[in-house]
Design a protein around this ligand. Structure first.
Ligand code: NZQ
Ligand code: ZN
Length: 388
């Protein structure tokens, strides 16, 4: 394994009423606040009022950017940056799911530069600094609350691009599992598929494993498999929501990938689906991941699948290796499509063969994804074909 530095200083307030600490925390960053949120779920749940009361208590002057879209758009980033500059904003507060958090992070960066916000993605413009960001998470999925990533879509160019930049790391995040009680069954399922994918992208790696981290990832996956059905049956089950929430953060806060430097495979493929069809991120990953694993399986890498099947799904380890590997993929598919009731094919979600070539080219940027198994555009088209 490679050497690494682990340095994630996001302060986490976890548990019921965690948001009660917002008024004291935000004082560390200033008085002029841009409150960012999505399409209205926080108004329906009453969280908006709670947050405003906290900001009033801290004597903040509040400006707002609502209506941030799922698969957030570059136009929202531009709009937010404009407000930050005009109103001399000190600190941004994102309240919502990953889309709101991602958009807010990029607003924080765009507020510090004179160029267009899309240059961060099209020209890989430097991200030297950003305004401080605090988050109140309402959906367990992306881990955006504890990492420095953000994914933004551009409808004009039909691109959806993610990028990591250290200045975007939230200063503090408020994680109250009760705020996820109102998440729909569909979004809960998609969120869990996303968490599983974040772990699998790292677990199935070409580099040598660290046993301790593999055990940790297996524990996280078992947590998602155990508690998602509980949350689907009873949306207000605190244990289930709390386990999913904390698992979502730890799946993608840099901890499990320490020592492993490799590209992710299913995420770049999925981003192309979302870019063209605007589908939910976790749904695209659920359809792709079992096919990706089936496509990559061979005699050389079968042991990793065996480890996954035996340790995560309790498959009988005395069976032949290839049988265990295929059973493990079947069980993962069964979790996504039967337990979580997610659609299992591209056809069902309207993704058409005519776009495969373009999406495959863009996913690997005309080259090769050096992930668990090297994938070029032809390989990716074949995986898409398996999803139809
Ligand atoms: O917009 P509102 O009204 O808030 O409704 C949202 C939205 O419609 C709703 N929702 C959120 N919390 C809710 C709720 N509804 C009821 N009760 C609540 N408590 O759920 C819908 C989806 O929200 P969204 O934020 O889009 O979902 P998610 O958290 O899955 O975020 C997905 C985005 O994050 C990116 C994805 O690509 C996608 O754009 N990702 C970000 C990553 C990161 N920053 O590290 C990594 C991920 O791999 C991912 O790519
Ligand atoms: Zn994801």
């Amino acid at each position: 394994m490679n050497n690494f530095i682990y340095d994630v200083p996001t302060k986490i307030y976890f548990g019921e009423n965690a948001v009660d600490n917002l008024n004291t925390e935000i004082k560390n960053y200033g008085k002029r606040v841009l409150l960012c949120y999505g399409g209205g779920s926080i108004k329906k749940s009453g969280l908006y009022d709670t947050v405003i009361a906290q900001l009033k208590k801290a004597q903040c002057e509040v400006f707002e950017l609502g209506g941030i879209e799922p698969n957030p758009r570059i136009d929202s980033v531009r709009e937010g940056a404009k407000i930050c500059k005009k109103e001399n904003i000190d600190v941004l507060l994102a309240v919502g799911g990953g889309s709101t958090l991602d958009c807010t992070k990029w607003i924080a960066a765009a507020a510090k530069v004179d160029h267009d916000a899309w240059d961060f993605f099209s020209k890989w413009a430097d991200v030297d600094s950003a305004l401080p960001v605090l988050t109140v998470l309402t959906l367990s999925a992306t881990g955006s609350e504890m990492n420095c990533g953000g994914v933004i879509s551009n409808l004009e160019t039909k691109d959806k691009i993610g990028r990591l930049a250290r200045p975007l790391l939230p200063k503090a995040s408020f994680l109250d599992p009760t705020l996820t009680y109102s998440v729909s069954k569909y979004q809960t399922a998609c969120g869990s598929a996303d968490i599983m994918s974040h772990i699998l992208e790292v677990y199935f790696a070409p580099t040598q494993d660290m046993y301790m981290l593999d055990c940790f990832m297996e524990g996280l996956m078992k947590t998602v498999i155990k508690y998602t059905p509980v949350a689907l049956d009873n949306p207000s089950d605190y244990e289930a929501r709390a386990n999913l929430m904390w698992a979502s953060s730890w799946a993608i806060n840099g901890f499990v990938k320490a020592g492993k430097q490799h590209e992710w495979s299913c995420h770049p493929l999925e981003h192309e689906l979302s870019a063209i069809y605007d589908i939910t991120h976790g749904l695209g990953l659920a359809i792709l991941t079992p096919r990706f694993l089936r496509y990559c399986l061979n005699e050389k890498n079968v042991d990793k699948y065996v480890q996954f099947g035996v340790n995560v799904f309790d498959i009988d380890k005395s069976l032949p290796k290839m049988e265990i590997a295929n059973l493990a993929i079947d069980k993962l598919a069964d979790f996504f499509f039967n337990t979580l009731s997610l659609d299992d094919t591209f056809t069902k979600v309207g993704i058409k063969r005519e776009d495969f070539k373009l999406m495959a080219q863009k996913a690997c940027e005309g080259g090769t994804i050096h992930g668990f198994v090297d994938l070029d555009a032809k390989d990716i088209e074949k995986i898409f074909e398996m999803c139809i």
